[in-house]
Design a protein around this ligand. Sequence first.
Ligand SMILES: Cc1cc2nc3c(=O)[nH]c(=O)nc-3n(C[C@H](O)[C@H](O)[C@H](O)COP(=O)(O)O)c2cc1C
Length: 182
Amino acid sequence: MQLILISGSTRQASTNTAVLRSVQQMAPTGTVLELYTELAALPAFDPDADRDPLPEAVDRLRKAVASADGVLFCTPEYAGALPGSVKNLLDWLVGDVVLTDMPVAWINVSSVAAPTGGAGAHGELRTVLGYVQAGIVEEACRRVPMARTDVNDGVVTSPSLLAEFEQALRALSAAARRSAGE
Ligand SMILES: Cc1cc2nc3c(=O)[nH]c(=O)nc-3n(C[C@H](O)[C@H](O)[C@H](O)COP(=O)(O)O)c2cc1C
């Protein structure tokens, strides 16, 4: 069983990527958790380019998602909405039916001080994933406010936060296993 982990931040010291790196370290035996690292390599979505041969980074993205049994997102909010790079990634996946029925979830770690708590970004994620009829795993969608000080050496250090992420991972993994017929 394989999950792909997609961070919506390309920032070197990203808290969202740190969450996914920490989740990756929790992989139970028999589960592959792949951290997607090519968000910044994707060209701007162009319907005219959505045909063979696809831009290489898009081809790799589609193959990575198609070979996964589920997707976990962790994204910041920019200006009340999804980062443009994440919407762009989703736009490249919409034309393909790769996300339809696929178990998906997101962890929202916007800080408690964030004005909207990331509600705009995560609402948009729900809209787009709903549009493609992905299988949103509600139990795995978590709002877990986090501070930058909860990250050290690129991973999350707080045991209580890690416990929440593990619950989300368990719920998504269970749905992905069911969907993969395991
Ligand atoms: C241009 C910009 C716009 C932002 N807009 C919002 C916002 O609308 N709502 C919010 O909760 N945080 C906002 N933030 C704060 C980010 O969510 C915060 O910096 C977060 O830690 C970024 O995630 P990262 O650590 O994974 O890079 C914004 C940050 C930047 C750089």
